[in-house]
Design a protein around this ligand. Sequence first.
Ligand code: URA
Length: 432
Amino acid sequence: MSLEQFDAVDVIRTKRDKHHLSPGQIDWVIDAYTRGLVAEEQMSALAMAIFLNGMNRSEIERWTNAMIESGERLSYPGLTVPTADKHSTGGVGDKITLPLAPLVAVFDVAVPQLSGRGLGHTGGTLDKLESIPGWRANLTNDEVQAQLASVGAVICAAGPGLAPADKKLYALRDVTSTVECIPLIASSIMSKKIAEGTGALVLDVKVGSGAFMKDIDNARELARTMVDLGTDAGVKTVALLTNMESPLGLTAGNALEVRESVEVLAGGGPRDVVDLTVALAVEMLAAAGKPTDEVRVRTALADGRAMDVWRAMIRAQGGDPDAPLPTAKETEAIVAPADGVLARLDAYGVGVAAWRLGAGRARKEDPVQFAAGVELHAKPGDAVMAGQPLMTLHTDTPERFGRAYEALEGAWELAPIGTDIAASPVVLDRLH
Ligand code: URA
């Protein structure tokens, strides 16, 4: 069958009229789009038709495979240990990859973590790590292999050869309002993770105001779709649904989050960050065939073994783990107007504020300010006194404060002293 027997207008019409795309249509359109033979406006129309009319299970699987086939598939033939990776669907203050990758490597499971940069209000792992002086995100495939063998963990940029169809399509979806679509998100994430060649994968599917998925039913459907795609591709895949109503930890912003991650690696850090890091590590180790109990995992944080791997990992990529992190030129605090209990702290508002302070970017090519962001001094349930700082805003460009304050209007709420605020669990559900 010739790949050229299809036509973009027919493919768009098929989905526009709510029919299923055939395997041949999917293979053709992804390949032709990657090669520049399907125009951006045609792919925009198709993405919107998919956004509106969905794809069934077999269409999603074919779409994912076609995106994998658009590029290279990595493998780790020289490794004598299993591999496991984690992917988060993105949240505010989500720095978990930083302590998690070295922690898992302590238990002789290698972590090839190919990460991205932040877009919009959610931060990106590479932006965070680039705040460490000297650290380098771009590694060759040979460097990744060598570092996995010597250190056990790599966090780096996905190379241009990995799922190039998704790279083009994700950029297009971003500017055509077609991101928040389960078939397109699931195929986008899983094409990269399957092509990356990991043996086991733990998905952290965020639910709540700071996440793509605002409600748990949609998050569960996304998780189910991704777990099935991974499992069918031979990757041992598990998903945790986790809370993103409030920011994770006490920081949102690049260098601020690195500092907090180092606290976790030093055996301290905020409880929610530690609990989620440990829960995901336990899942990754089990999925990789090396089950380890929670106490042993916590001990590897407390006794410095995970820190040792972190330092080796940062050094291997040119970074200086002892160098001071950048600090912002200007800070301003928001203080509690009265005594009370912090009843609500909205992740989306904090994420947008951090972004507007300079921590994130509006366009792919924009630079980020490494020191910008929001530092929290209270979490929901904490008692505060009038005049006590609730959060500190950090930026190098003080003209940004105004728009950040606007993002935080209505994003937090004080209840009268003595109000009992139920603690929200970090992990809401698990799918396998
Ligand atoms: N992350 C991705 O890689 N793709 C999406 O579509 C959404 C989040």
